[in-house]
Design a protein around this ligand. Sequence first.
Ligand code: C5P
Length: 249
Amino acid sequence: MANEIGAGARLRVVAIDGPVASGKTVIGKAVAERLDWPMLDTGIMYRALTWAAIERGLLPDPTAADPAALVRLAEAVDLSVGHPPAGSPETASIAVDGADATPHLRSKAVEAAVSVVASVPGVRERMVEQQQEMAREGEMVMVGRDIGTVVAQEALVKIYLHASDAVRARRRAEQMRASGRRVTDDEVLNDLRNRDAIDQGRATAPLRRAVGAEDVNTSGDDLETAIERVLAIVRRALCESAAPDGRSA
Ligand code: C5P
């Protein structure tokens, strides 16, 4: 069963959750590099599956999604995560049944439908199973919406990252413009609020701060400061887990 991983010993996992554009991916990547641990951005799995659903005609429009068809797709396909292609802004590549989804992960169509796909319980169950298998392989920084609450409940350290809507919208708009997308600030803010509302309001594994997660509001931080704040929390947790006083993980 997907959630049983939470019952065992502490996992050597840094769990980073938070809403859209809270800095999870960039901060998670920096933390992983400095610890020399692998990183899994679980959002790319939901995005790749959404791309495959669009390609196969299962999502003529996000509001017309057929949950049963999406679950069948999630159960049937093979998602394989690999190294990102040289120069890619992605933290990893991902293929669906051998077809490279990486270039499509941030498309407008995927962006508009991914939270709807991710709100289907059977889809989540399949994704969580695969993520838990990866977490069992060893040390890992995992980034998403439900890492601390579901995927790795026994993570060594849990971080809940957030920032004000205005700061997150500005960061996301800058990222999108840097990758050649033409967007207005209002479009970005609306999309972000929409996705947050679906992610926070869904019945299964809604986005929320996990019990025991450290709350990190990065609204006033530049990137390096935010990375250092998170790293300080992670290093402290790693030191405590290595302490020979019974608190050991
Ligand atoms: O993090 P990112 O924006 O790439 O995630 C895309 C979407 O995938 C989120 O808006 C959310 O709906 C879904 N997601 C999720 N659980 C995760 C990671 C992502 O529901 N662990």
